[in-house]
Ligand binder design. Structure first.
Ligand code: PGA
Length: 253
């Protein structure tokens, strides 16, 4: 049975002290994290070790990197490798967030390399996909997202693809307060699952968690998560407020 996941993406926010308080506030709240549910905290690189210590004795709660480099090691000043992440006990990494694609020119091909490196090191990639507004306006979002999946994921074999988490994040809904409607999210998630079915078969497609991201809040999480193919959320802004993120975690189905 596929997992239901609430993932926080802090992006480039919070000092260490602010991050520690946020994490402690969330963990000390009345959280219901079931057997089949997981909570992820994608924190900035300098906080990974400390955040991992804070969540270490909590079941189904994991610290996540926001990015990794697409080469194993070498002369890449300022970059962080997958091997470094594994060496500090990190088990998840966001791959291909739209901000990385846009501001750091990450291509589908480069993201395929990142996905491969993560899987080779037993790190679960949370692979982000999603269309810009111009594509949504032209009503070609299905083809656009399918292309992203094909170029970055569909070289994987059946065993490997089941270790990937997919996050659908329409760019026009990120940080804009303009959430996709639950129906729009479901429509795309169903399309992603259909693409997975066509490539890997129904049984495997049903095992893969597909998260929705883009202005998820405490007030809309339940409706979004109630959709058949929405298996949780990747949350930016609202994950920086303890009470909001607690509400989102508790909205998982
Ligand atoms: P948002 O960001 O929740 O602030 O829209 C989501 C994301 O970028 O992952």
């Amino acid at each position: 049975m596929r997992k239901q996941i609430a993932a926080a993406n802090w992006k480039m926010n919070k000092t260490l002290q602010e991050g520690q308080s946020l994490l402690n506030d969330i963990l000390s709240a009345d959280l219901s994290v079931g057997e089949n549910q997981e909570v992820l905290f994608a924190v900035p690189f300098p906080y990974l070790i400390e955040a991992n210590n804070i969540v270490s004795n909590r079941k189904n709660i994991f610290v996540t990197a926001q990015n990794c480099h697409h080469k194993t090691s070498g002369a890449y000043t300022g970059e962080v490798s997958v091997g470094m992440l594994t060496s500090i006990g990190i088990q998840y990494c966001l791959v291909g967030h739209s901000e990385r694609r846009e501001y750091f020119a990450e291509s589908n091909q480069m993201l395929a390399e990142k996905v491969d490196l993560c899987l080779a090191s037993s790190i679960t990639p949370v692979f982000c996909c999603g269309e810009p507004l111009s594509i949504r306006d032209a009503d070609t979002q299905n083809q656009f997202v399918e292309e992203q999946l094909k170029e970055s994921l569909f070289h994987l074999d059946a065993a490997a693809i089941q270790k990937v988490v997919i996050a659908y994040e329409p760019i026009w809904a990120i940080g804009t307060g303009r959430t996709a409607s639950a129906e729009q999210a479901q429509e795309m998630h169903a399309h992603i699952r259909l693409s997975l079915t066509n490539q890997y078969g129904e049984a495997i497609a049903q095992e893969i968690s597909i998260l929705y991201g883009g202005s998820v809040k405490g007030s809309n999480a339940s409706e979004l998560f109630s959709m058949k193919d929405v298996d949780g959320g990747l949350v930016g802004g609202a994950s920086l407020i303890a009470s909001e993120f607690v509400q989102i975690i508790n909205a998982l189905k």
